[in-house]
Design a protein around this ligand. Structure first.
Ligand code: UD1
Ligand code: MG
Length: 461
């Protein structure tokens, strides 16, 4: 088998009307990443010579999501065949294989895409290869009509199918591979003479057969090829993605105490011997190194947690949080754009934003970095081994030196030298016996009031 170069086209110009959304369908996220970016990542794994994306007019945000791959605009959505026609300039003179995939099929794997492209090199020198599937409910998928020899004779769209054709269980998954030399001729032959008045890419099969060119079928897993047309489909695809991700994480040495309640992003990175408690959510950009324990109910996004650190329960790590090795982040602690050195501790109720906390520093309960003046963000620097007493407000920009101590309840608005104590509190007043006298006076007043109300006759009585 000689391997020909590969070009890929992603169709993403459809409006996705059934999503009922202002966001283009292919930008709806699955595991924190736009659907179309999942598809492009799977294609990139095949190392094609080029990837082109067909977008609709004004869909610059879709083009951005797939950069640096080249977008091409399909001026009006006249069907999947028209979409591929619009992309012809991207593959002009290209003589290799052309893989056409949909931007709304985010679970497709590189392995399946590779098998589909390889089918073009099978018996009969196929001009077209189609990815088929047998879903539990064939619904409105196009149906694959096979000839006596098991190769494909036609794809009949649901809207064009008669009752016999609708009873076919082998459906079109929507992904197709073409011999690039014969593709332009097949596209030129398409017409819009059908129920929807669209140029169906699927008609290319019948046109190939008219020329006596072979069309091959590769059967795939319906859960993988599933297309998203509605929010219900989106939730189903998200569920499948998460189940697979959890299974893979556990296979690679991660303990999930309640797997179904932990949600990952497509790019979440997990080391070995990581333990994750119930109801933890990972947004994009999380990196968790070996031996980390993440207790229940944490929300982690754009954060790195280094070896042996303990996080949670109920912690929130926001983008730019970098938690050092063996550090502890406890309950109701929020960290944003801040680094904590090795072994640093912030165990309860704190906000650390735009900060650098040195190794071994201890951040007391209720410590707040006041990082924002209403216009600009400022940094707080806390030295190694420093001790920040409870309920301290650190008014940034401010630096607390190595091993310095801050007394509880202080508002620290100027730098603190290393090894010194800074404490800022109002002067305390003590009045011995005052409390006992106060309580005795008030108790007597209350008793007198009660006695008076008993003597007053009830006005209704
Ligand atoms: C299509 C197939 C159907 C298959 C199903 C699998 C055709 C004619 N039908 O139907 O056989 O069973 O997928 O999921 O191909 N798009 C454009 N421009 C257009 C129209 C669509 O770029 O003018 C894009 C959409 O953004 C989408 C993809 O093509 O990503 C498929 O379009 P969609 O409308 O979802 O096709 P289906 O009705 O699902
Ligand atoms: Mg679809």
């Amino acid at each position: 088998m000689t391997k020909r170069p590969l070009a890929c086209l992603v169709l993403a110009a459809g409006k996705g009307t059934r999503m009922k959304s202002d966001l283009p369908k292919v930008l709806h996220p699955v595991a924190g990443r736009p659907m179309v970016a999942h598809v492009v990542a799977a294609l990139e794994a095949l190392r094609p010579e080029r990837i082109g994306i067909v977008v609709g007019p004004g869909m610059e945000d879709v083009a951005r999501a797939v950069a640096p791959h080249r977008p091409v605009v399909q001026e009006s959505q006249l069907g999947t065949g028209d979409a591929v026609r619009s992309a012809l300039p991207l593959i002009e003179g290209f003589e290799g294989d052309v893989l056409v995939v949909f931007g709304d099929t985010p679970l497709v794997s590189p392995g399946t895409l590779g098998e589909l492209a390889a089918a073009l090199h099978g018996p009969g020198d196929p001009a077209v290869a189609v990815l088929g599937m047998r879903p539990d409910d064939p619904g409105q998928y196009g149906r694959l009509v096979l000839g006596g020899d098991g190769t494909l004779d036609a794809i009949v769209e649901y809207w064009e199918a008669d009752e016999v054709q609708k009873s076919i269980t082998l459906c079109n998954g929507g992904l197709m591979a073409f011999d690039g030399r014969r593709l332009p001729e097949l596209l030129a032959a398409l017409t819009d003479d059908n129920a929807k008045g669209e140029f169906y890419l699927t008609d290319a099969v019948a046109h190939a057969r008219l020329r006596d060119w072979t069309c091959a079928v590769v059967e795939g897993d319906p859960h993988e090829i599933m297309g998203v047309n509605s929010r219900v489909d989106l939730a189903a695809v998200e569920g499948i993605f998460q189940r697979r991700f959890r299974a893979r994480a556990m296979a690679e040495g991660v303990t999930l105490q309640d797997p179904d309640s932990v949600w990952f992003s497509a790019d979440t990175k997990l080391g070995r011997d990581v333990t994750i408690g119930p109801s933890v959510l990972f947004g994009p950009g999380a990196v968790v190194e070996d031996g980390v324990a993440i207790r229940g109910f944490c929300h982690i996004e754009g954060a790195t947690i280094r070896s042996g650190a303990i996080v949670g329960p109920f912690a929130r790590l926001r983008p730019g949080a970098d938690i050092g090795a063996e550090a502890h982040i406890g309950n109701f602690v929020e960290v944003k754009n801040a680094t904590l050195g090795a072994g640093a501790k912030a165990n309860h109720l704190a906000y650390l934003g735009d900060a650098d906390v040195g190794a071994g520093a201890n951040i007391g309960a209720g410590t707040i970095t006041c990082n924002y003046d209403g216009f600009f963000k400022h940094r707080t620097v806390i030295g190694e081994g420093a001790f920040i007493g409870s309920n301290t407000a650190l008014v940034a920009p401010v630096t607390v030196g190595d091993r310095a101590t801050i007394g509880a309840g202080s508002v620290i608005a100027a730098d603190v030298a290393e090894d010194s104590l800074a404490i800022e509190r109002a002067e305390r007043t003590d009045k011995p016996g005052w409390s006992a006298r106060f309580r005795a006076t008030k108790a007597a007043e209350k008793a007198a009031e009660k006695a008076a109300s008993k003597k007053t006759p009830d006005p209704k009585g």
